[in-house]
Design a binder for this molecule. Structure first.
Ligand SMILES: C[S@@+](CC[C@H](N)C(=O)[O-])C[C@H]1O[C@@H](n2cnc3c(N)ncnc32)[C@H](O)[C@@H]1O
Length: 240
């Protein structure tokens, strides 16, 4: 049976939780999500979803088996993220992984919210203001000038991005955190994963959710060649 999204998300709400690598293997250094909370100190966020991304970052940086996925903060890269909401993950990428002068981030969102937000609107009173909040947050981030927010659904923005880029593969890091129903995830995988360079990294948010997992597992191999994958506790990191 499909678990309720809200119940699964509740697992992430404990700020004191200690980050552990998959299978409980040791991290080089003890990390708690609280240590990494600087994002919420600085910005205006109503949801704590970026905990999952901070957790993945800590696991990839501190676990021995995370080595192959690690990102050098100084390297030049093109990042694309699907799903901005109030810009938490956007600010994460801007603050931690866009330092190279030529690095860029494209962030895509129609700012409508997704099915799961519309289903329980009482849990998302901020929904009507997310674009305003996101743009304000991103403007405060370390590399705001390197971030382009494109307002639209990923499958429509895809067309524009194909026209802009004459090479097939131009994305170094892809973060998929848009709508979480199976059909939407499958569509994002099918359209965007073929644009990731060999050696690139894709992170799937909410991979622990059965709908997301089903869509990723069914589509990834059909549209891309994944070399290595690592489940980080909630998300899946895949090296192409
Ligand atoms: C879970 S939120 C993103 C959270 C954000 N990454 C963060 O760290 O806080 C999902 C977002 O995906 C957006 N969305 C829904 N369908 C989309 C689509 N087809 N393309 C891009 N974004 C989409 C929604 O508007 C919503 O803001």
């Amino acid at each position: 049976m499909t678990s309720k999204f809200k119940d699964l998300m509740a697992q992430l709400n404990d700020e004191e939780v200690t980050v552990t690598a998959p299978n409980g293997s040791a991290l080089a250094k003890q990390v708690t999500l609280k240590d990494k909370k600087k994002l919420s100190d600085r910005y205006n966020f109503n949801q704590g979803w970026y905990d999952a991304l901070l957790n993945t970052d800590a696991v990839l940086n501190e676990a021995t088996e995370g080595e192959v996925f690690r990102l050098d903060p100084k390297e030049k890269r093109q990042i694309v993220e699907i799903g901005v909401y109030e810009g938490a993950s956007t600010c994460f990428w801007s603050d931690f992984y866009l330092d190279h002068p030529e690095s860029r981030l494209i962030s895509i969102d129609p700012f409508t919210g997704s099915f799961e937000h519309h289903e329980n609107p009482e849990n998302y009173p901020e929904l009507g203001c997310i674009e305003y909040t996101a743009r304000g947050n991103v403007a405060k981030s370390d590399n705001a000038a390197k971030v382009e927010i494109i307002k639209g659904f990923s499958w429509f923005v895809f067309q524009e991005l194909v026209l802009r880029n004459d090479t097939d593969r131009w994305i170094d890091v892809l973060y998929i955190d848009g709508a979480h129903d199976s059909a939407s995830v499958a569509r994002d995988v099918a359209l965007f994963c073929p644009m990731v360079k060999p050696g690139g990294l894709v992170i799937f948010d909410d991979y622990a959710h059965p709908d997301v997992q089903r869509a990723v597992d069914m589509t990834l191999n059909a549209f891309a060649t994944a070399q290595k994958a690592m489940f980080t506790g909630w998300q899946l990191a895949v090296k192409f």
